[in-house]
Ligand binder design. Structure first.
Ligand SMILES: Nc1ncnc2c1ncn2[C@@H]1O[C@H](COP(=O)(O)OP(=O)(O)OP(=O)(O)O)[C@@H](O)[C@H]1O
Ligand SMILES: [Mg+2]
Length: 258
């Protein structure tokens, strides 16, 4: 297998997975996955339903324990670190199913999510809304995801695409060093998908991204590098061109995989 971008550059990777496994009883949801993600790299994780993509994300963000193997983030072993500490180190993630507070406005959702990472995290919500720096940071994130016209709209009144944009805004407001996006375009219309693609494309160059995406074309268009999972195992790794031409990947996507 070719050297990954991070191995070529010799710089310390943002993320390093070494022989990572997650077993649920006898089921090997993720089996012996190893790869590195370099600073500023945009890597897609692809694979059919049940391949283990979300489980892999959960191990990285520490929502699920790692059965075996090692997860390093910014040079630190985070394999057993509590999720809140990993988030504080600069790891944010969005979810396959939208999670926002429906009764709160767009801006309030961002402020609420962000204040958890600041001193005085138990202060009253109202107090958070009068914290100027916090609100300004949140407004910037709202703008970054193109929701400035609906800042005061309750999240429940947003369209599905806008809710996903809001989720991205919440993650961005935390100024992550590594952003994990779990199918950001899932369930979106063609127009909304295009919008999400542009938002992800326009993220700062130095933001390191790990992206799960079912739509091969979208994934390959956004990523510098791709890891393909199947039945929990890593079956291919390469740049979009190599992945497109990879026979094993083609077999899996055409339903000829084992
Ligand atoms: N909490 C759990 N308990 C038992 N099995 C689980 C659990 N979570 C996931 N699995 C199983 O692990 C495997 C991988 O699931 P995972 O959600 O990681 O797949 P995925 O690649 O994200 O799929 P999709 O594309 O459908 O989102 C599946 O067989 C799934 O049923
Ligand atoms: Mg999933």
């Amino acid at each position: 297998m070719d050297e990954t971008p991070s191995e070529q550059s010799g710089a310390r990777p943002v993320l390093r997975l070494t022989g990572v496994c997650r077993h649920y009883g006898g089921l090997r949801a993720v089996s012996d996955v190893s790869f590195e993600v370099a600073s500023g790299e945009r890597r897609a994780v692809i694979g059919p339903n049940g391949a283990g993509k979300t489980t892999l994300f959960k191990m990285i963000s520490r929502e699920e324990p790692t059965t075996k193997g090692r997860v390093e983030f910014l040079g630190r072993d985070i394999t057993r670190m509590p999720a809140y500490r990993v988030a504080k180190l600069g790891l944010s993630r969005t979810y396959q199913i939208t999670r926002v507070f429906p009764a709160l406005s767009v801006l309030e959702n961002v402020v609420l999510a962000t204040q958890g990472l600041r001193p005085g995290r138990y202060q009253m919500f109202k107090a958070a809304m009068s914290n100027k720096a916090l609100v300004e940071d949140s407004e910037r994130a709202v703008e970054q995801v193109g929701l400035q016209r609906v800042t005061k709209t309750p999240a429940a009144e947003l369209g599905h695409g806008e809710q996903r944009q809001l989720e991205l805004g919440i993650a961005l407001a935390q100024k992550p060093r590594l952003l994990l996006l779990d199918e950001p375009a899932a369930g979106l219309s063609a127009v909304e998908r295009g919008m999400m693609r542009d938002l992800v494309k326009d993220l700062p160059d130095d933001m390191t991204l790990l992206l799960i995406e079912h739509d091969m074309e979208l994934a390959l268009g956004l990523a510098d590098y791709v890891t393909c999972l199947h039945n929990g195992s890593q079956v291919a790794q390469g740049n979009p061109e190599e992945i497109k031409n990879n026979e094993r990947v083609q077999d899996i996507y055409l339903g000829r995989g084992d």
